[in-house]
Every structure is written in C-alpha cells, then in structure tokens.
Design a protein around this ligand. Structure first.
Ligand SMILES: [Zn+2]
Length: 311
C-alpha cells in the first residue's frame, strides 16, 4: 500500500475524543470542500473529496456530530482526472444546521482562520492532509505536501506554525502548495496528528536509510584508504626498483634491504603485515620509517634517463 494511502487511512480512523476537535475537523473539511446544494426539499450540505479516506472521515464526523440520520455517500465525477466521492446531508434540520454552522465557525466565520487551541489545530491539520495532502514514499524522499487555495492556505500555514511545525510555501500550476521536506518535521506531524503506525514505519525507514548511509560512508572511506595504500605502495615499489637498478639492493643496510625485499614481494601488504613479516618483527612505525628512508634514498639518486631501463 502506498505510504500516502496508509497515512490517510490512519488519519481517517482517528476520531478525536473532544467535541471541540470533532467540530473543528468537520469545520475544516467543510471550509475546504463543502458547499450547499439546492435540492427539491430545500438545501443539502455536501462535501466532495478526492480520496476514500477523506470521504470516510467526513462520513464518520457527520455521524458522530449529527447522530443517527441519513448520510449519503457516493461517487461523484472526476476532479482533476481523479475519481471523487461525495458525502451529503440531505435536507438538514435547523438543529443540524446549527451544529454544522458551529463546526464551520471553529475555523472562522467567513474566510478560513486557524483555531486558538492546539488540540483543534491538530484537527485542522488532519483535515488538510486528508482533503489535500500527499505523502511521498519515505524510502525515496522526505516530502509531504498539501495543495490548497488562496482562501485556505494562510489559515493552514498559521495552524502549522501554532503546532511548531515549519512548512514551506510554493506555487505549482497556479495553485498554492504547502510542503514539508524535513524528516524530523514529518515525524512531528505524524505524531501530532495521531498517525502512530505511519510514524513507526517512517522511523523504521529512516533508521534503515541511516544505517545504509553510514555503511556507504564507511565503504567509500575504506576505498579511499585502500587507494591511498595502493598508491603509496606503488611509489615504494618504484623507489625500490630504482635503487636496485642503480646500485643494487645489497648496497642497503640489512634492515632496509629486508623491508625493500618484503615490499617487493608483497605489494599489497599493509604496514602492519610487513611489520609482522620482518625478522624479528618490528613495529608498524618502524616499517613506515624504513620505507620512507628507501623513498629518500631513491629520490637522492641522480637522475639518469629512464629508470626502468633493463626491466
Ligand atoms: Zn479541540
């Protein structure tokens, strides 16, 4: 299941305990997607939603706040190429309308505003995510966005700010979009909106990514070290060949001669391995010192055309 579908499913199942939050979440859904529709009996209230999770949440909130009464749930036409769903309250009574109005007032009387309370702010964010949000697969990238409109974007942005979650704002195809790109903020968002299973999954993916990154760093680092060892060994072998060609290895003292022969025989051995091969074994730094001496001796030999002549 796509991560986005999973998060929305969880947000849809999450019913806030407090009535203020239930009213606010429904109010935000109404502000974002609701409208009054003329019908034979008067006016119906309906919301049109582009995903089943949001439709399910609207249905549950209507049931929760209006009690037992018919709520119609059906498919509508396509919105922006995607199937949409409509949740409709046919001919609400005056009492029911009062409940719906008080829900709507939770997010401002006219235009949408952000609520005062933190609990209700979370409800607004849930509604925005359900109605307009999408979550990228966390294994691929940290990205959450909500496509909003001019009437709602400032209220939703302010609500995020009240929750201490930083969001960015951009425009895509003329539509304002809020987005989060930071893993910590996304984890905070999932935590605050009650999507705890999604949160666990997100954290797992993040840990796996972290481990993979540190392994990659380690491997790259080791490769760099291997490269360094190999190029040092190549320079040492060049020096040993030069000394051998010009004045013979036997011209070296026994200790330098020994390390020169060992290096020539074991081009890929580490300093530690060379140190253990000497007789008697010496320290790694002694081997390093002796190899450096060989390099210096070779360097001090007068140049004489091609050093590899005769090889
Ligand atoms: Zn509340």
């Amino acid at each position: 299941m796509a991560f986005s579908t999973q998060v929305k499913g969880e947000l849809a199942r999450y019913m806030p305990e407090k009535r203020c939050c239930q009213l606010t979440e429904l109010g935000a859904i109404l502000a974002l997607e609701g409208r009054g529709v003329r019908s034979e009996a008067g006016w119906d209230v309906e919301v049109t939603l582009t995903n089943t999770a949001a439709a399910r949440k609207a249905f549950l909130l209507f049931k929760q706040l209006l009690g037992p009464r018919p709520v119609q749930l059906g498919k509508a036409g396509k919105v922006a190429g995607r199937p949409s769903y409509v949740v409709r309250i046919p001919s609400p009574t005056e009492q029911e309308l009062e409940v719906l109005r008080s829900a709507r007032r939770q997010v401002g009387a006219g235009g949408m505003t952000s609520p005062e309370r933190v609990c209700c702010s979370r409800a607004v964010v849930r509604a925005a995510l359900l109605c307009r949000g999408s979550f990228a697969d966390p294994a691929r990238q940290n990205h959450v966005e909500m496509q909003l409109d001019e009437a709602s974007i400032s209220a939703v942005e302010g609500t995020f700010a009240r929750l201490g979650i930083t969001v960015g704002r951009m425009t895509r195809r003329g539509e304002p979009v809020l987005y989060l790109k930071d893993g910590d903020s996304i984890v905070d968002l999932l935590q605050q909106t009650g999507a705890h299973q999604a949160l666990l999954q997100y954290e797992n993916v993040r840990i796996a990514k972290d481990v993979r990154n540190s392994i990659n760093r380690l491997v790259n680092c080791e490769t760099a070290n291997v490269d360094k060892t190999v190029s040092a060994a190549i320079a040492q072998l060049d020096a040993i060949r030069k000394i051998d060609a010009r004045r013979g290895l036997q011209s070296l003292g026994p200790k330098l001669q020994e390390v020169a022969v060992l290096r020539a025989r074991h081009p890929y051995a580490t300093l530690q391995e060379l140190a253990e091969m000497t007789d008697p074994p010496v320290s790694r730094s002694t081997v390093r010192y002796r190899l450096a001496r060989l390099m210096k001796i070779a360097e001090d030999l007068p140049d004489r055309g091609s050093d590899s002549a005769g090889e």
